[in-house]
Write a protein that binds this ligand. Structure first.
Ligand SMILES: Nc1ncnc2c1ncn2[C@@H]1O[C@H](COP(=O)(O)OP(=O)(O)O)[C@@H](O)[C@H]1O
Ligand SMILES: [Mg+2]
Length: 350
C-alpha cells in the first residue's frame, strides 16, 4: 500500500512561496499528475515527496506515517528524471542493477530481477549496450526499468517524456500507464503537457503558482473547469467577458459583443463574468439566423478530423469554432456566419 498525504506543505525560496500551504491526498494505486506551466512548482513538489526538498512547514505522510524528516532512500520511492540520468559508463544491465546492488542483494537475485525487468520493458537483447548506443525511447525504458526494479511503493516521474520525439512520446504514455496498472503502483507524474495529463491520469492537480487551482479527474477538468485558468490550460477555450441573466428553460441570456444570445447554462441571478466555450461547443449556422450571434470568418484551419474556424464578432472579439471535417461548410475569410453556443459552455471565475 502507498497512500501519500501532503498536509499544508509550504516551501519558500527567499520570500517566494514556491509551494504555498498545499494539501493533497493521493490514493494507493492511483496515477496522479501534477500539471501546470513552467515555474508553477511541479518539480519542487515532486522532490518534496521524494525527500530531496525539505518543506519549511507542513507534513508529508506515507500510509499515515509521518515521513517529513525521513531521508529519501528510506521512503520507498523510485524516481525517473527528465534527462533519464543514466550512468553513461555502465551497461544497460548494470544501470538497472544499480539500486539492487546498493541494497546488497545476492548477485543471483540481482541477475534474475534485472533480466525479468529488461524482458518486460522489451530491452532483453540490450543488456550489454552502453546508454550512448540506445535510442531516446530505449534510454527512457532503461530509466523506468532502473526505478521499477527496486519495487518502489511509489513511482515519481518528472516530465519523463519531454525529451522524446512526438510519436514516441505518445507511445510511451501507454507503456507507462499500462505498466503502472499492472504493477498496481502509486504513481506521481509531472508534466506541463495537458494532453499527456488527460490521457494518462486517474486524477490531475492543476497547479497555479504553488497552489492547486483545480483537483479533478481528466473528464472533470475538461468538462467542468472552475476557473478561466483551468479552461484555458486544459484544451482550448474561448474566454468571453459577458453579462448574464437567467432565461427560460434552464438557459441564460448572455450579452456579448452588443448582442444577446441564449446559452444552455443554468444561472440563479444576473451578473457579469467570463463565459468559457470550447471550440467544439460553438456551432456555425447560416448568416442571419434569428437568435444567433453574427460573426465573420477570419481564417479556416484544416487538421484532418476537424476544421477550426477563427472568427470575429461584430466588436472584433476573436473566437474559435470547431467543425467535424465531414460537415465542413468550407468558408473563406470574410464569410458571414451565425454562431450558437451549445452544451458544455460554462461560467468560470477568474
Ligand atoms: N533551488 C532553488 N532556489 C531558488 N529558487 C528555486 C529553486 N528551485 C526552484 N526554484 C523556483 O521555484 C519556482 C518553481 O520551480 P519548479 O518547481 O522547478 O517549477 P516547475 O517544475 O513547475 O517548472 C520557480 O520560480 C523556480 O525558479
Ligand atoms: Mg520542472
Amino acid at each position: 500500500m502507498a497512500r501519500i498525504t501532503l498536509d499544508n506543505v509550504t516551501k519558500r525560496y527567499g520570500a517566494n512561496a514556491v509551494i504555498d500551504q498545499l494539501s493533497l491526498d493521493i490514493a494507493h494505486g492511483e496515477f496522479f499528475t501534477l500539471l501546470g506551466p513552467s515555474g508553477c512548482g511541479k518539480t519542487t513538489l515532486l522532490r518534496a515527496i521524494a525527500g530531496f526538498v525539505m518543506p519549511d512547514s507542513g507534513r508529508l505522510l506515507l500510509d499515515g506515517e509521518d515521513i517529513t524528516h525521513q531521508p529519501p532512500h528510506l521512503r520507498g520511492t523510485g524516481m525517473v528524471f527528465q534527462d533519464y540520468a543514466l550512468f553513461p559508463d555502465k551497461s544497460v544491465f548494470d544501470n538497472v542493477a544499480y539500486g539492487l546492488r546498493v541494497r546488497r542483494l545476492p548477485s543471483g537475485d540481482v541477475r534474475a530481477r534485472v533480466d525479468a525487468m529488461l524482458e518486460r520493458m522489451g530491452l532483453g537483447a540490450l543488456g550489454a549496450r552502453l546508454p550512448a548506443a540506445l535510442s531516446g525511447g530505449q534510454r527512457q525504458r532503461v530509466a523506468l526499468a532502473r526505478s521499477l526494479v527496486i519495487e518502489p511503493k511509489v513511482l515519481l516521474m518528472d516530465e519523463p517524456l519531454s525529451n522524446l520525439d512526438a510519436k514516441l512520446r505518445v507511445q510511451m504514455r501507454d507503456v507507462i500507464r499500462q505498466l503502472q496498472q499492472e504493477l498496481r503502483i502509486t504513481a506521481v507524474f509531472v508534466t506541463h503537457d495537458q494532453e499527456e495529463a488527460l490521457s494518462m491520469s486517474d486524477r490531475i492537480a492543476l497547479l497555479r503558482a504553488g497552489r492547486i487551482d483545480q483537483l479533478d479527474t481528466p473528464e472533470g477538468l475538461y468538462r467542468q473547469p472552475a476557473t478561466a485558468y483551468a479552461a484555458d490550460f486544459i484544451g482550448a477555450a474561448n474566454l468571453l467577458s459577458v453579462t448574464t441573466r437567467p432565461g427560460p428553460a434552464g438557459q441564460a441570456c448572455v450579452e456579448l459583443a452588443g448582442a444577446v444570445v441564449s446559452v444552455p447554462i443554468a444561472i440563479e441571478r444576473a451578473g457579469q463574468g467570463t463565459l468559457a466555450a470550447r471550440p467544439e461547443s460553438v456551432s456555425l449556422h447560416s448568416p442571419g439566423t434569428a437568435g444567433l450571434l453574427g460573426a465573420q470568418v477570419v481564417f479556416r484551419r484544416y487538421v484532418g478530423h476537424k476544421v477550426t474556424y477563427a472568427l470575429q464578432l461584430a466588436d472584433g472579439t476573436p473566437l474559435q469554432a470547431d467543425v467535424a471535417a465531414t460537415s465542413d461548410p468550407c468558408l473563406g475569410p470574410g464569410a458571414p456566419v451565425a454562431l450558437q453556443f451549445g452544451p458544455g459552455c460554462r461560467l468560470v471565475s477568474a
